[in-house]
Ligand binder design. Sequence first.
Ligand SMILES: Nc1nc2c(ncn2[C@@H]2O[C@H](COP(=O)(O)OP(=O)(O)O[C@H]3O[C@H](CO)[C@@H](O)[C@H](O)[C@@H]3O)[C@@H](O)[C@H]2O)c(=O)[nH]1
Length: 247
Amino acid sequence: MSDSLVIIPTYNEKENIERMLNTVFALTHPFHVLIVDDGSPDGTAQLVKNLQEIYTDRLHLLERAGKLGLGTAYIAGFKWGLEHGYPYIFEMDADFSHNPQDLPRLYEACAIAGADLSVGSRYTRGGKVSNWSWDRIVLSYGASLYVRLMTFMPVKDPTAGFICYRRKVLESIDLDKIRFVGYAFQIEMKYASHLLGFKIAEVPITFVDRVAGVSKMSANIIQEAIVGVFQMCWRSFFNSYRRGNPM
Ligand SMILES: Nc1nc2c(ncn2[C@@H]2O[C@H](COP(=O)(O)OP(=O)(O)O[C@H]3O[C@H](CO)[C@@H](O)[C@H](O)[C@@H]3O)[C@@H](O)[C@H]2O)c(=O)[nH]1
């Protein structure tokens, strides 16, 4: 048994997933991995099944029928991780935009330094973005500013998707109340954690744009974030994300 589960959502990541898994499993800390694949037409899930023959106890696979969005993939993964008893549960992209070598630093920020969740942050001191197009930088930085102004969250990179959660955070949040399915899901999870009083630490990382495969960013995802953040703040005025509270 390991104390750490890394959830990696995948949609058409055949070009990245084998190298990613080999890298994670070569780390000194004995991370386990759960792949949540949404029926990738490129055969990502079959490749993961082949790798399960090598990484028998450490590599798990959840298959879903179709592309249901990043947010619901993580929610399914969180529920699986909680059911299987992991004390620390991580989010990470499959495409090396998050460097798996940074996983131990996120772990230490929680397990040693005492944060409830640690966020791999591009916009905290020491963090940066490498080889992104200027329009993607403007969009991402603008989104972060917008969210910080709307929510008053003390998090410089609220859209970040490289995270370590202590299980108590995921147990406290009513995961069925998380409404965003796209990347705004990242904002909503941090917002819920913040409202419930959990201690959020930002760990500086360098985010590198993917070299293989394509981003799944779309106009719908951006629209969900702009309109949705406003609705999210409004709703939270009246109700709580805490498990057991009506919303
Ligand atoms: N299962 C599943 N996986 C998905 C889906 N959409 C994307 N993914 C997976 O989610 C990861 C991130 O997808 P990308 O499309 O590469 O994301 P990105 O544009 O680089 O966005 C990253 O940065 C954003 C902030 O700038 C983050 O908000 C986002 O979570 C992600 O880390 C990849 O492993 C990808 O295969 C989906 O519908 N279903």
